[in-house]
Design a protein around this ligand. Structure first.
Ligand SMILES: [Zn+2]
Length: 367
């Protein structure tokens, strides 16, 4: 289940109307409504109620769905009062000790609406809390459930729909397939790519890897290439930045112009040869990753993905640069709108080339 917290603004308390620490583990989430309206209900909570009736809660959600936190989860807020509930099979009373309290700004009169942004934020926060503290469905409760006869809040809150939404698994994330478009939006993140390469590269330090990844992201976003997929191709071609061709001073990101041909000679036959073990080996070296090597890589991908008619000016510039380093047969232009078009063309015979890159991209995302 999702454990990413929604945006939360820390406000704290004007005075200590709560207990530091906890005597019991967090085993319940209690939903309230303030029986007031913003901002005075929020200020009331921030001030801890009044000295004769001190109150507090951990979170407050206004009608726009903005979440404010007054008390840390690790401290005990005073929101439940006299209350009891069955917790992990045992009847307990004094639920403050066992719970996190969420106050929704609402007059609690059955006519004041809970707008959708407020409901959505309550779902998001509750999902985060029940995932973090492994709270079972029966222990996500309303104040009226644990203090029956004494409390009616949150009156009118769409409870069944809410609980179902909190405990619904997230839809499975979209996976890369061989049909992933080359010109498209990335499905992975900077951190996914960076962490994958940092863990595996024997040649580049984390600082350099972050520069390479941010180069792919920056240039990819500019020309509309799915830069995460391009990084997966780079990782596939370079053994996740371990190969001789991707090492400095060659910095070749994807076997660009690498043919496997070698010759013995004093002087290389052209600009795109590199010296190793007493021979010249054919392949392109780049002075820097960003932008040279990355633009050559993304430009070549664009040349496969788009004809000149389909490309905008910035895309054309990269294509021209990439093809100046190594030409591409005109019949290959625009032949690969999706990755599978590279099969047998970027890689020969390469009947599973795009499938391998898509699989690697998914593994980089932890899927
Ligand atoms: Zn309440």
């Amino acid at each position: 289940m999702n454990t990413t917290p929604p945006p939360i603004t820390w406000r704290g308390m004007a005075r200590q109307s709560y207990e530091r620490g906890r005597t019991q583990p967090i085993r319940c989430v209690v939903i309230h409504s303030t029986a007031g309206s913003a901002p005075s209900d929020a200020n009331w909570l921030h001030n801890g109620g009044n000295p004769f009736n001190p109150v507090s809660c951990h979170y407050y959600i206004d009608k726009a769905g903005v979440i404010t936190q007054f008390v840390r989860d690790a401290d005990t807020a005073w929101h439940a009062g006299q209350s009891s509930w069955t917790i992990d099979g045992v009847r307990r009373s004094g639920l403050n000790a066992w719970s996190v309290g969420i106050e929704l700004s609402n007059r609690n009169n059955l006519t004041d609406p809970y707008p959708q942004p407020q409901i959505d934020a309550t779902i998001a926060l509750s999902r985060y809390l029940v995932a973090t503290y492994e709270i079972p469905r029966e222990q996500l409760v309303r104040h009226l459930d644990i203090s029956p006869g004494r409390k009616t809040d949150p009156a009118g809150f769409p409870w069944e729909v809410f609980v179902n939404a909190v405990y619904t698994e997230l839809p499975a994330p979209t996976r890369y397939t061989a049909d992933a478009p080359i010109v498209g939006l990335p499905l992975g993140t900077f951190n996914d790519a960076s962490a994958w390469l940092i863990k595996r590269s024997t040649l580049y330090k984390p600082f350099s890897i972050d520069e390479i990844v941010s180069g792919y992201r920056g240039i990819g976003e500019r020309v509309g290439v799915d830069w995460f997929l391009a990084i997966a191709q780079m990782a596939h071609e370079t053994g996740s930045l371990t190969s001789w061709w991707c090492d400095r001073p060659r910095r070749n990101p994807a076997g660009l112009g690498v043919t496997g041909h070698s010759i013995t000679a004093q002087i290389p036959p052209g600009p795109h040869w590199a010296w190793r073990d007493g021979r010249w080996w054919e392949g392109i070296s780049f002075r820097q990753w960003n932008p040279d090597a990355i633009e050559a890589h993304l430009g070549r991908l664009l040349a496969y993905a788009l004809t000149d008619d389909q490309a905008n000016d910035e895309q054309k510039r990269l294509i021209t640069y990439a093809l100046s380093l190594r030409p591409l047969p005109p019949s290959f232009r625009g032949i690969a709108p999706t990755m599978v078009g590279l099969n047998g063309r970027w890689a020969v015979p390469g009947t599973s080339y795009a499938q391998s890159i898509a699989g690697l991209a998914n593994r980089m995302r932890g899927l």
